[in-house]
Design a protein around this ligand. Structure first.
Ligand code: 6PG
Length: 234
C-alpha cells in the first residue's frame, strides 16, 4: 500500500507557497548530492502559481533541467503546449527546459518514441515529479484509452510514450506524449497538487482502490516506491 501524506491549505496561494518551498528543497538537495537536478512538472492550470513562486527562488538554475510530465502534440507556442507554459515560467531563470514534443507530429506513437529517445540523455531517475489530476482521475496524460496499458505496464526502461486518450479531453482534444508510469513511480519524490472537493474525493477513492483502480492515477500511485505528498486546497 502506497504511503500517502496529505497536506491541506486554506487557499491556493498558501498551497503554492508550500509546494514551491518543497520543490526548491528537492532541487537544492539534488544539486548538493549530484550537481544537477531533473524535474518533471505538470501542465494544466493548478500548478501555475507554484511555478511563478518557484521561479523566484535563488538557485543555481543553470544546473536544473525541467521537462513536462506530459504534453499535447501541438506546435511550440500553441496555447495548449505545456512546454511553452513551462518555458515562459523557467527559461528566464537560466534553467534548461526540454520539450517532450518539438513539433506537431501526425503519428503520436512516433512522437512518443522521439520523446523517449530524448529523455534517455537525461540523468534518471527523476529527482521530482509534480503531478496534477483531472476530474476523471487521469494524471500526466495517462488517460483511459487504447494506450492505457502501455502507459502503465510498458517496459520499465520506457520513459515516455505517445497516447491517444479515448475520449479525447474536451479542453485539449489532441493526442499526447506522457511519462510512463515507470518513469513517475521511480522518481525520488512524487508530489501531487489538486484543488476542490470533487478532485479530493476522486483521488481518495483512487488511492483506496489501489492497483485495480478505475482511475489511472490510482493505478499509477499503487506502484509508487516512495511516500507520495498530496497537496490540497479548497
Ligand atoms: C495536462 C496535465 C494534466 C493536468 C490535469 C489537471 O497536460 O493536461 O498535465 O495531467 O495535470 O489535467 O489540470 P488542471 O490543473 O488544469 O485541472
Amino acid at each position: 500500500m502506497t504511503e500517502i501524506e496529505w497536506w491541506e491549505y486554506d487557499d491556493v496561494a498558501e498551497m503554492a507557497d508550500a509546494i514551491a518551498g518543497d520543490v526548491q528543497f528537492v532541487i537544492e538537495s539534488a544539486l548538493d548530492a549530484r550537481g544537477s537536478a531533473v524535474l518533471a512538472l505538470a501542465g494544466g492550470k493548478t500548478p501555475e502559481p507554484v511555478y511563478a513562486k518557484l521561479a523566484r527562488a535563488k538557485l543555481d538554475w543553470k544546473k536544473v533541467t525541467i521537462i513536462p510530465g506530459d504534453d499535447r502534440i501541438v506546435a511550440l507556442g500553441d496555447p495548449l503546449s505545456n512546454v511553452t507554459m513551462l518555458g515562459r515560467a523557467f527559461i528566464p531563470t537560466g534553467a534548461r527546459v526540454i520539450p517532450l514534443v518539438s513539433e506537431k507530429a501526425a503519428d503520436y506513437r512516433a512522437a512518443g518514441r522521439a520523446a523517449d529517445a530524448r529523455l534517455k540523455d537525461l540523468h534518471w531517475p527523476l529527482d521530482l515529479v509534480l503531478l496534477g489530476m483531472g476530474g476523471d482521475g487521469h494524471t500526466a496524460s495517462i488517460f483511459p484509452g487504447p494506450d492505457l496499458d502501455e502507459a502503465l505496464s510498458g517496459p520499465r526502461e520506457r520513459r515516455a510514450l505517445g497516447v491517444m486518450p479515448d475520449p479525447l479531453p474536451s479542453d485539449a482534444p489532441v493526442p499526447r506524449v506522457t511519462l510512463s508510469r515507470a518513469s513517475i513511480v521511480s522518481a525520488r519524490a512524487i508530489t501531487i497538487a489538486i484543488t476542490g472537493a470533487d478532485k479530493r474525493q476522486v483521488l481518495e477513492r483512487a488511492i483506496d482502490q489501489g492497483p485495480s483502480s478505475a482511475y489511472p492515477i490510482g493505478r499509477v500511485l499503487a506502484e509508487a516506491e516512495l511516500p507520495v505528498d498530496v497537496h490540497w486546497a479548497p
